[in-house]
Design a protein. Structure first.
Length: 376
């Protein structure tokens, strides 16, 4: 009787052990599956995105779109839809390069903030400390004013978006606006200005002792593994560079020729969707800036009257329906429209590049639809 009880006890103990192991194994598999669901896009997600993108392309006559997605700070998907060159029927590649327009601005801002971290630059320095060719104004203009679009420096006037002249120096490039009066006292109002941002190239060159392009290559693009990002030099051959297009009265046309040397920092860069996601990943992983600096850049700026605007340092700041902070920037180029949206709390990011001008609002709606499809 005692031996039988002992055997029963051992059998019961063995059963409990086996059950525990099975439960642990099932829990591990469940966790692994959960991780897989969140670290790679599902086939359903990809199919939903394809439908959304094709709908966007058809409704707005967009020749081509590329996109890249990050989940938990990993680049998980790059895709291309449509044509890079309509006349020659050349399809887009996920690695295709586009004008990213004003997404150049946060890239320039990252360079400036690196120099701030190094103590070589202060956000409250007068811009004339670094760009003496910019004349003295009624009020001083600081780097902080420029980065938050509260400087009072004007934006483009009609026709200035289509400048064809090449500028060899920053001094030449700022001649178009340098003598104009400020629109208001800096820090009192928000007024978007690409011209103001162009001055930041001079800040980097003076503080770092090298050209703006060299600095970005060495301290931003290379650390972020952005191998498809460049200044748009018209004469340089760039593999997989997309053509640019416009729509007039319902008809598709080639975009007019422009030279972007007037605005390297404000909108003169070209890149791929994947590279913009690599920028997001490098930021989130602290490869480019400290956590404190990233938080500062993502904090909405407060005007002198106490009103908070939806701009931080270069980035636009908003919140989604779940309360997540969305850090983003859009771009409108001659012949192109772009959007980069990031949710730092979740590690999600989405870059969408197109080769058609003037589709900013529907592109933002596409970003929202894809984010929702991804569960963000």
């Amino acid at each position: 009787m005692h031996g039988s009880s002992l055997l029963s006890a051992k059998a019961s103990s063995g059963s409990r052990y086996t059950a525990s192991v099975l439960l642990l194994l099932l829990f591990s598999l469940s966790s692994l599956n959960g991780q897989q669901r969140h670290t790679s896009p599902s086939p359903n997600f990809k199919n939903e995105v394809r439908v959304l993108v094709e709908k966007f392309r058809i409704e707005h006559r967009v020749p081509g779109v590329t996109l890249a997605v990050a989940l938990h700070d990993s680049l998980v998907w790059e895709a291309a839809f449509g044509l890079a060159d309509v006349e020659n029927d050349v399809v887009l590649s996920p690695q295709s390069v586009f004008r990213i327009a004003s997404i150049s601005k946060p890239i320039a801002a990252i360079a400036v903030m690196q120099l701030v971290e190094q103590g070589k630059v202060s956000l409250d320095d007068d811009i004339r400390t670094y760009v003496p060719a910019f004349p003295k104004k009624r009020w001083p203009v600081t780097l902080r004013h420029i980065l938050t679009h509260t400087s009072g420096i004007r934006h483009y006037r009609p026709g200035e978006f289509l400048i064809k002249d090449h500028f060899d120096t920053l001094e030449q490039a700022i001649a178009i606006f340098r003598e104009d009066s400020l629109k208001f006292q800096p820090g009192t109002q928000f007024s978007y200005s690409s011209y103001a941002f162009n001055l930041l190239a001079g800040v980097v060159e003076k503080a770092a002792g090298m050209s703006f392009e060299q600095y970005l290559q060495k301290f931003v693009w290379e650390p972020a593994h952005m191998r498809r990002t460049f200044f748009e030099h018209q004469l340089v051959i760039v593999p997989l560079r997309s053509r640019q297009y416009i729509v007039r009265e319902g008809e598709l046309f080639n975009a007019p020729f422009v030279d972007l040397s007037i605005k390297w920092a404000g909108g003169g860069m070209i890149s791929s969707a994947g590279d913009l996601i690599r920028l997001h990943i490098a930021l989130d992983k602290g490869l480019l800036l400290s956590a404190d600096t990233r938080r500062l850049m993502q904090t909405p700026y407060k005007l002198s009257n106490g009103k908070t605007i939806s701009k931080g340092l270069a980035w636009s700041i908003s919140r989604d329906s779940e309360g997540h902070t969305i850090v983003s920037h859009s771009g409108g180029a001659t012949g192109g429209t772009t959007f980069l949206g990031r949710i730092p709390e979740t590690g999600f990011a989405l870059a969408i590049l197109t080769n058609l001008q003037g589709v900013g609002k529907p592109l933002r709606e596409l970003f929202q639809a894809i984010s929702h499809s991804a569960g963000y």
